[in-house]
Design a protein around this ligand. Structure first.
Ligand code: ATP
Length: 359
C-alpha cells in the first residue's frame, strides 16, 4: 500500500503554497514512479468556520492512520490555547503525535541573494517541551499569573527528550557526510540544572558517535558565531526555544524565510511544515514563495523513503530539491521576496518544467 499523506492547507498563504506544493509533488512522484495517496482535510481557521473546531475529529482521525502530514502555515497568534475548540494545530499535532524532532535545514544557494554565502547546516530542535507553555505540561498551561503584575513561565527539560533529540542530531551528522560536526547550543552557565541535564545527555549520546566532532556554545555566543562564521556549523542540536530562534537566524542568513523548510519527525509519523508563518500581509495576492513548503514536502518524502526502504520515494524527494535549486539558480522565474515578479503558480509551473526536463 502506498503511504498516505494528510494535506492540511492552513491559514493565510497556506492554501496558495500548499496547492503549488501538491502540484510539484505529484509531478515528482509520477516521474519517479513512486506512489503516495494524498488526503485533503480541513484545519485551522477555515475548519473553525465550517465545523466549529480548528482540529476537527475527522482530521485527527485521518492523521492517526496516516504515514505523513503536509501542513500549511497557521496564524498562530489568533488561536486561543485555553479553549480546546481553538487549539493551535501546529502545537497540538507536534505534541499529541510526539513529533519530537524539528529538523530545519538552512543552505545558501547559487542565484539567491543572501547575507552569507557559506551556510550549510541543519538545526535539530527539540519540539515537545522547553518553554513552550502550550505543550510542556500534561494538563494546564506552563505560564502562570499569580497576580496582575507577576508571570511565571515553567520550562520543562527531560532526560528522555534530551537523549532522543541528541541521537537524532548525531545520526543526521553521520548521514549527511558533511562536516561531521554536532554543535550543542545551551545556556548551562546560567540554567545549570536544565541545560546542564541537556548537555549531560548529549555528551552521553556523543560517545556512541566517535567519528563526529562535538563542540558547544552558549546560545548568545552561538547567535554571534552563526553570523561571523556560519561555515563552522553542520548540525546544531538544541532545546525548543533556542532552536526556534537560531533556525530563523540561519534562514535569514541563507536567503530568507521563503526558503526555510522544516520537518517535524516522530517515531511513527512526520509532518512537513515550512518555518515561516501565514504571511497575512501578502495573503490572497498570489505572490507567496512556495519553495519552503515544497522543500518541506520533499523532506517528508525522503523521511518516508528511508523508513519504508522505498528508493523511488527518495528519488522523488531529491528531484524536488534539485528542481527548486535549479529554478532559483536560473533566476528567470522568481517570486517578489527574491526580487522577481513571478506569481506562486508561475514559480510552481517553472519547478514542474524543471522536473520534466523542460527548464
Ligand atoms: P504569522 O502571524 O502567521 O506568524 P507573520 O507575518 O508574523 O505571520 P511570517 O508569516 O513568517 O510571520 O512572515 C514574516 C514576513 O515574511 C512577512 O512580511 C511575510 O510576508 C514574509 N513571508 C513569510 N513567508 C513568506 C513566503 N513563503 N513568501 C514570501 N514572503 C513570505
Amino acid at each position: 500500500m502506498p503511504p498516505r499523506i494528510v494535506v492540511l492547507a492552513g491559514d493565510g498563504i497556506g492554501p496558495e503554497i500548499v496547492t503549488a506544493t501538491c502540484r510539484v509533488m505529484e509531478t515528482a512522484l509520477r516521474r519517479a514512479n513512486a506512489a503516495v495517496e494524498l488526503v485533503h482535510k480541513p484545519i485551522g481557521l477555515a475548519a473553525l468556520e465550517q465545523q466549529g473546531r480548528t482540529i476537527p475529529a475527522e482530521t485527527e482521525a485521518a492523521i492517526k492512520s496516516a504515514d505523513g502530514v503536509l501542513l500549511g502555515p497557521l496564524t498562530t497568534h489568533v488561536y486561543d490555547i485555553f479553549d480546546p475548540k481553538t487549539a493551535n494545530p501546529s502545537a497540538y499535532l507536534r505534541r499529541n503525535f510526539d513529533l519530537y524532532a524539528n529538523v530545519r535545514p538552512a543552505r545558501s544557494r547559487p542565484g539567491v541573494p543572501s547575507v552569507a554565502k557559506d551556510v550549510d547546516l541543519v538545526v535539530m530542535r527539540e519540539n515537545t517541551e522547553g518553554f513552550y507553555s502550550d505543550r510542556n505540561l500534561l494538563d494546564g498551561n506552563g505560564e502562570l499569573r499569580p497576580d496582575a503584575d507577576t508571570v511565571l513561565s515553567v520550562r520543562v527539560i527531560t532526560r528522555k527528550a534530551c537523549l532522543r533529540i541528541a541521537r537524532a542530531g548525531f545520526e543526521l551528522a553521520r548521514a549527511r557526510k558533511g562536516k561531521r560536526r554536532v554543535s550543542l547550543i545551551h545556556k548551562a552557565n546560567v540554567l545549570r540544572r536544565s541545560d546542564g541535564l541537556f548537555l549531560e545527555c548529549c555528551r552521553e549520546v556523543a560517545r556512541e558517535f566517535p567519528e563526529i566532532a562535538v563542540d558547544d556554545f552558549h546560545i548568545d555566543a552561538a547567535a554571534m558565531h552563526l553570523i561571523l562564521k556560519p561555515a563552522h556549523f553542520d548540525v546544531i542540536v538544541t532545546t525548543n526555544m533556542y532552536g526556534d530562534i537560531l533556525s530563523d537566524e540561519a534562514a535569514g542568513l541563507a536567503g530568507g524565510l521563503g526558503l526555510a523548510a522544516g520537518l517535524n519527525a516522530g517515531e511513527r509519523l512526520a509532518m512537513a511544515q515550512a518555518v515561516h508563518g501565514s504571511a497575512p500581509d501578502i495573503t490572497g495576492k498570489g505572490i507567496a514563495n512556495p519553495s519552503a513548503e515544497i522543500m518541506s514536502a520533499a523532506m517528508l518524502l525522503q523521511w518516508l523513503a528511508e523508513r519504508r526502504d522505498d528508493a523511488a520515494l527518495g528519488c522523488a524527494g531529491e528531484a524536488m530539491q534539485t528542481a527548486i535549486d535549479a529554478t532559483l539558480a536560473q533566476g528567470k522565474t522568481l517570486t517578489p521576496d527574491l526580487g522577481g515578479r513571478a506569481s506562486t503558480a508561475q514559480f510552481a509551473a517553472a519547478v514542474v518544467e524543471m522536473l520534466e526536463g523542460r527548464g
